[in-house]
Design a protein around this ligand. Structure first.
Ligand SMILES: Cc1cc2nc3c(=O)[nH]c(=O)nc-3n(C[C@H](O)[C@H](O)[C@H](O)COP(=O)(O)O)c2cc1C
Ligand code: SF4
Length: 424
């Protein structure tokens, strides 16, 4: 399997612009500048690449939503907020191969006629932010960024690194824009969509780090070559960040469609200490949990995971073994969402905090059987009824855990203790 995103990640001399260039770096930018901007968007469309930030929206299609006749500046924003529990693949790209991202942003900016691109990076990623600043300076010094890129008159591309303050909701694209504009990170109502009214009221494309890092390969090799990798509807490779009960946690790149079971055994070294696999959250903490017997049949692509009742999301795989208490796991996650709700809409503000309180009671053996129905009802009153998808992201995992592990909740309630902890 060819590595597209992590091809340079293991070299010791990384990250260094000369090393990057010696491995073919910035050749995609050179090639892109010989093409019409619209032809680059066409290649990205042909590649069929779906956004790697979570929702999986086709990148080329998103690019084509930018109004053709706009007199306003167009912005590109790279979303490097990466706040979903379990997700650490974008940080890996930034720290191992910052020039790949810089080149991806430069090519995409040329395609979209963007003169200023932003990288919105979460505040805690201090090292990553400094590495990106350095990479941008190096690229500027070699003429890959700045005015008249590689001697092409009128092609001016600047990249500005903007550090957030570290709120999960600022990864949501509209609150990211608010934060970028210097305001509090409250999500905006859509429509209008950012492609029409985005940063500073101007048309804006927002893409994930991994999405933009795939662009150089697509331009060098062609969209059709990319579309041949993976499955028909999930093209290309994907990074998966794996944590929890595995022998080798880390970030791995595989062709989409790779069987989960093989992935767990061959890449992640199997379940930690030879224990039994219990369950997996396949795509970041907002995606529904899948018990072992269901995840073992799944392939790592958008359709296969959706058919099993979950989502590929950002590709953050969280693994549970037989000793893990699922009531405890969802209580910890519920606490996170209650803490990260921005408070703008009542169902999310009140509902996430209420769910956490109920789950905490159940976990401590003080719950009632009617609390289970109440949790379902609260989730129902959050989902689809809020300004941004954080509400859904908080409710979906609760429904998933209740559906699949209701017996563990009932045991906690009826016996005032945890049967999993008792057994192990
Ligand atoms: C609460 C919340 C947090 C999000 N956090 C991120 C994030 O950290 N990084 C990211 O790329 N997308 C995140 N997203 C998705 C973005 O809103 C957006 O869809 C994505 O950046 C688009 O890029 P893509 O099309 O390349 O995937 C988040 C969405 C929600 C609702
Ligand atoms: S759903 Fe939650 S995080 Fe999103 S806008 Fe409403 S209150 Fe804020």
């Amino acid at each position: 399997m060819e590595k597209i995103i992590l091809k340079n990640a293991d070299f010791e001399d990384q990250p260094n612009i000369d090393a990057y260039i010696s491995r073919g770096g910035y050749k995609a930018l050179e090639k892109a500048l010989t093409m019409e901007p619209a032809a680059i968007t066409d290649e990205v469309k042909k590649a069929g690449i779906r956004g790697r930030g979570g929702a999986g929206f086709p990148a080329g299609l998103k690019w084509s939503f930018i109004p053709k006749d706009t007199k306003k500046p167009i912005y590109l924003v790279c979303n490097a907020d990466e706040g979903e529990p379990g997700t650490f693949k974008d940080r890996f790209i930034i720290e191992r191969d910052p020039h790949l991202l810089v080149e991806g942003i430069a090519v995409s900016s040329y395609a979209l006629k963007v003169k200023t691109a932003y990288i919105y990076i979460r505040g805690e990623f201090y090292k990553g932010a400094m590495m990106l600043e350095k990479a941008i300076e190096e690229a500027k010094a070699k003429g890959f960024l700045g005015s008249n890129v590689l001697g092409r008159d009128g092609v001016d591309i600047d990249i500005v690194v903007h550090r957030g303050a570290g709120a999960y909701v600022c990864g949501e694209e509209t609150s990211l824009l608010e934060s970028l504009e210097g305001k509090r990170g409250y999500p905006r109502l859509k429509p209008p969509f950012p492609a029409v009214v985005g940063a500073f009221g101007c048309p804006t494309v927002i893409n994930n780090v991994e999405t933009l890092a795939a662009v150089p390969w697509i331009i060098l090799n062609g969209g059709a070559a990319y579309a041949k990798i993976g499955t028909e509807k999930s093209t290309g490779t994907k990074l998966f960040s794996v944590c929890g009960k595995v022998n080798k946690p880390g970030v791995y790149e595989v062709d989409l469609g790779y069987p989960f079971k093989k992935f767990l055994d061959e890449y992640c070294g199997g379940v930690k200490d030879g224990k039994k696999l219990k369950a997996v959250i396949p795509g970041g903490s907002s995606t529904p949990v899948l018990p072992a017997e269901e995840i073992e049949k799944v392939n790592l692509d958008y359709e296969s995971i959706a058919a099993a009742g979950s989502m590929l999301g950002s590709g953050a795989v969280i693994v549970f073994d037989e000793t893990d208490c699922m009531v405890e796991a969802i209580t910890v996650l519920a606490h996170f969402y209650a803490h990260e709700s921005c408070g703008q809409c009542t169902p999310c503000r009140e509902g996430t905090a209420w769910m956490y309180r109920i789950l905490q009671k159940i976990m401590n053996g003080e719950g009632k059987l009617s609390d289970i129905d109440l949790l379902y009802e609260i989730c129902d009153n959050i989902m689809g009824k809020t300004v941004c998808p954080l509400g859904d992201a908080a409710a979906m995992p609760v429904v998933g855990f209740l559906n699949k592990y209701r017996h563990e909740f009932e045991y906690h309630i009826k016996n005032g203790k945890c049967d999993v902890k008792e057994k192990h």
